[in-house]
Design a protein around this ligand. Sequence first.
Ligand SMILES: [Zn+2]
Length: 73
Amino acid sequence: MVVLTSTLTCPRCGHTETETMPQDACQWFYDCKGCGAVLKPLTGDCCVFCSYGTVPCPPKQAGNACCSDTIGS
Ligand SMILES: [Zn+2]
């Protein structure tokens, strides 16, 4: 069972927000609703949910390689 909601924590202001994750795409950018900072994935992570969320993105949960191959290209 894939979890589709993840709570993101902003590394800048500590604001938390529960968001619904897209099942078939990775979200690389997220605007913090607390301070307005644009969050980007950390090195080695495929999306903001993997970097800042309580739950990794659906493709990762399913054991797929996700879109990490395309990052940095
Ligand atoms: Zn913030």
